[in-house]
Design a protein around this ligand. Structure first.
Ligand code: GNR
Ligand code: NI
Length: 176
């Protein structure tokens, strides 16, 4: 198991469309476990492979609260097979956009078909935070990030704040 470095925007890999996997091999199952460890360490409720520099259709999520048993879900080649007309709004954040948050509207419920860590096909129905999180992670696999759902004005505000933060942290590093 390993905690992997998380890429921060702007980064070209975060803009790429990820390739589907031929099969979930033991090596890719290991990557899924490393991604989960990285996500719990961050901490976050989801992580997509491009966020750790791997341009493959792999993601992990766990929306269990701290006082609940963990409920890790590992997916390869996820596809939305049904989505509700009803939309839901959540304030989203992203580990690749540290300290930035904004409301995003998405289908409130989705059905997702995917390959699990044993290369077996699964289908789950998701609602609430899980539905939002899976859609946020699936966006990453298409090179889409949450700020792409915002108005140009809001997106630019976040990108500017992020740049400022990065400049500050670089200055701190230099001074240390
Ligand atoms: O940790 C995360 N929290 C979150 C909150 C609301 C909607 C989506 C997310 S996903 C995010 C982790 C992340 O960046 N995944 O790609
Ligand atoms: Ni994200």
């Amino acid at each position: 198991m390993a905690v992997l470095p998380i890429l921060v925007a702007p980064h070209p890999v975060l803009k790429e469309k990820c390739a589907p996997v031929d099969a979930v091999t033991p090596e890719l199952a290991q990557l899924m476990d490393d991604m989960l460890e990285t996500m719990y360490d961050a901490p976050g409720i989801g992580l997509a492979a491009p966020q750790v520099g791997v341009s493959k259709q792999i993601l992990v999520v766990d929306v269990a609260r701290a006082d609940e048993e963990p409920r890790p879900i590992k997916m390869a080649n996820p596809e939305i097979t049904w989505e509700s007309e009803e939309l839901g709004t959540y304030e989203e954040g992203c580990l690749s956009f540290p300290e930035q948050y904004a409301d995003v509207q998405r289908p409130a419920r989705v059905t997702v078909r995917y390959l699990d860590e044993n290369n077996e096909q699964q289908e789950i129905e998701a609602d609430g935070l899980l539905a939002t999180c899976v859609q946020h992670e699936m966006d990453h696999l298409e090179g889409i990030v949450f700020v792409d759902h915002l108005s140009t004005l809001k997106r630019n505000m976040i990108l500017r704040k992020l740049k400022k933060l990065q400049k500050l942290s670089k200055q701190k590093k230099k001074a240390a």
